[in-house]
Ligand binder design. Structure first.
Ligand code: ZN
Length: 340
């Protein structure tokens, strides 16, 4: 009982010493046992803290970085739902002070770092500012240019300027190399297949054939009761999918280069504008103010069907590209996560 109060140990010892040598011996062995127990418990705690573990373990990054772990847990959950064909694990790298993301598919494994949502290979961590977050915000509803204030207009103008197009952060596509095996043109082309979309032939990555088919079926069904959708299909001129091109001086490639995007081009444009940059190149510096009614648009229900199947529509981008659809289920599923 006497050792329960360690702060009183000295006093107790004095008293025991008065009592005889036998007690003193038992004191020492008791002390030794306590010291040993303390050492074992400390070692176990230290091992627990140092050994990297798979799965969400936000405990290490408590305090100032508390928003990080909960964000990474949510992002990985979104990515796992978006891409059930790959295995995603995460482990904390104390040397890099960042989460290592291990993505495996078939017999291949790729290691990336979280880098605040950028998903970059180790060699790019030093230049991470050149990249933007993988999951960015796609609005539910189109922004009406009539509601933009002066500052927003100037911000958009700057965003669309050629200087900004040269230097603005871009998406790192490394995670897609792992998901779709798209690290080289040769690899990509092994997976490109011809399929039919709303009666037009299009070349895309084999992994988006099924989601595209689901979109096709639902649009055709909608056309049976919705004359706008019926007209949209009838007016479709072509669907352009895979097209190899490198982006700038980076190793990033466009979603067309991976066969993950399609452009739907209408037969008749009815004087409408379909792409911001064509208008800007014609000398219209106020391209962002072009009313929605003057832009070519697929019917709302078509956009909704695409989104429901994991495709984003370029018409919602600040630099709008109204013909463009891209398979990005993580952006649809992660919408709430990055809502401004
Ligand atoms: Zn496109």
């Amino acid at each position: 009982m006497r050792y329960l109060y360690s702060t009183m140990l000295d006093n107790e010892q004095e008293r025991d010493n008065e009592g005889g040598t036998q007690d003193s011996k038992s004191n020492l062995s008791h002390l030794f046992r306590i010291a040993l127990g303390f050492a074992v418990v400390s070692a176990l705690i230290l091992i627990y803290l140092l050994v990297p573990r798979s799965g969400p373990a936000p405990r290490i990054l408590a305090g100032g970085l508390a928003s990080g772990p909960s964000m990474i847990v949510q992002e990985l959950s979104v990515l796992r739902s978006a891409y059930p064909g790959i295995k995603i694990e995460n482990t904390f790298d104390p040397i890099k002070s960042d989460w290592k993301i291990i993505i495996s598919k078939d017999d291949k494994t790729m290691e990336l770092y979280w880098a605040e949502g950028r998903y970059l290979p180790e060699k790019l961590l030093a230049s991470k500012d050149r990249y933007r977050r993988l999951i960015f915000y796609i609005p539910d509803k189109l922004v009406d240019p009539a509601t933009l204030n002066h500052d927003q207009i100037e911000e958009i103008r700057a965003f669309g300027s050629s200087e900004s197009r040269e230097t603005a952060p871009i998406s790192a596509t490394y995670i897609f190399e792992s998901i779709y095996d798209t690290s080289t043109r040769q690899n990509v082309e092994r997976h490109i297949v011809k399929t039919s979309f709303l009666g037009k032939q299009v070349s895309v990555h084999e992994q988006i054939v099924e989601p595209l088919k689901r979109v096709d079926t639902q649009i055709r069904t909608a056309a049976t009761t919705n004359p706008l959708v019926e007209e949209f299909i009838r007016n479709l001129n072509s669907a352009e999918g895979y097209s190899w091109r490198q982006i700038r001086d980076t190793s990033g490639i466009s979603f067309h280069s991976m066969g993950l995007a399609i452009d739907l081009l209408p037969r008749r444009w009815q004087n409408k504008i379909i792409y911001w940059n064509w208008e800007k190149n014609k000398g219209n510096e106020d391209w962002m103010l072009i009313p929605l009614s003057e832009r070519w648009m697929p019917p709302d229900i078509v956009i909704d069907i695409f989104e429901k199947e994991g495709f984003i529509w370029g018409g919602k981008w600040t630099v709008w590209d109204n013909m463009h659809f891209e398979y990005r289920p993580e952006l649809i599923l992660g919408r709430e996560l990055v809502k401004p």
